[in-house]
Design a protein around this ligand. Structure first.
Ligand code: FES
Length: 334
């Protein structure tokens, strides 16, 4: 029986050029080795089967070529190419599975680690040189440590400064208070006759015109019904919506965008940022009915004074806008 020699025999037989030890000459491989035998019990039959599969695949490719040559027909081309690929692949898989050696194969290698003496010498050298470095670089080491400490403190500055002042009660309150006149963005007081049914207007408390104030005070004033109709959005809010008027905070309870769209047909306020929708009809105190907003928009209680101007009965009954850690859901008027 023929014997074969693996290609790494010479290199692995006597160790490498650095003197690392080897495991001795590798044994010669033989075709009689059971690892190199085909897995099939009847190799001849397996060989014939593989040949048939490959021939069918070959005929499929040839058919594809012929169809293409005479002008082509997409469906026939697809079928013939599919037959060729399927049977050729099937034949190659069967060839590999039944007619090629299956292993397992083991490759002898020399030990990779250094001899104990070399490892001990290396450890001694590292220890000695490390000690020298520390002895001779103590000043630099001290400067390095001091620099690192100063850098740590300096890096903390922006973090501490960016926390800003403590908000205290500012997140809980707005500038709306008892008796505030409702004014538009130009500071004009809103009269009960100003809005037609279906109208909407952004309003603010009179006297607060800074950007910061307007950001938290902005309120959507809606007229959802005609005069002499009081809209009751919740049982304890019977007097909050005089003459068909309602007012809700314009700061979305999801992420604080201005809820500036109003659909009178459906009586819904819509936030354009993430499409939260709030129902504002009778018995619906701006409940979110769609989108990510988790809470209703706070409602501002209104009244009409003797001169016909719209004014607030009080501030909002709860904090406006998105949630924050210390936020309570307690409503002042519930
Ligand atoms: S901010 Fe209004 S839905 Fe997200």
């Amino acid at each position: 029986m023929t014997e074969v020699t693996t290609s790494h025999t010479a290199a692995g037989g006597s160790g490498d050029a650095n003197g690392h030890g080897g495991a001795g000459p590798l044994p010669l491989a033989s075709f009689d080795d059971p690892h190199l035998q085909p897995l099939a019990k009847h190799p001849k039959r397996a060989e014939a089967t593989v040949a048939v599969l490959l021939v069918i695949g070959l005929l499929g490719f040839a058919a594809y070529g012929a169809v293409y040559w005479v002008g082509g027909q997409p469906q026939v081309e697809g079928i013939t190419m599919g037959i060729g690929l399927f049977f050729f692949g099937f034949g190659l898989s069967a060839w590999g599975k039944y007619l090629l050696p299956q292993g397992p194969f083991v490759e002898q290698r020399h030990e990779l680690s250094s001899p104990p003496a070399a490892r001990a010498a290396m450890a001694a050298a590292v220890t000695e040189r490390g000690g020298m470095v520390l002895r001779r670089r103590s000043v630099l080491g001290g400067i390095l440590g001091a620099g690192g400490a100063v850098m740590g403190v300096v890096l903390a500055f922006p973090l501490l400064r960016s926390l800003g002042p403590v908000p205290k009660q500012s997140l809980d309150t707005t500038n709306w208070k008892k008796g505030s006149y409702l004014v538009d963005s130009l500071g004009r007081r809103v009269h009960v006759a100003d809005l037609a049914v279906g109208g909407a207007l952004t309003v603010f408390p009179e006297g607060y015109t800074s950007d910061e104030d307007m950001a938290v005070d902005q309120t959507m004033l809606l007229r959802i019904a005609g005069p002499d109709v009081s809209i009751v959005t919740a049982p304890h809010r019977k007097t909050w919506g005089p003459d068909g008027y309602l007012a809700f905070s314009k700061v979305c309870t999801h992420a604080g965008c201005p809820v500036g769209l109003y659909q009178h047909q459906t009586l819904q306020l819509v936030c354009p940022c993430h499409q939260s929708m709030f129902d504002v009809g009778q018995g619906r105190p701006a409940l979110p009915v769609f989108g990510p907003a988790p809470r209703p928009l706070p409602q501002l209680p209104l009244y009409v004074d003797s001169a016909g101007f719209l004014r607030s009965q009080a501030s909002y009954d709860q904090p406006i806008g998105p949630g924050f850690w210390e936020r309570t859901t307690r409503a002042h008027y519930s």
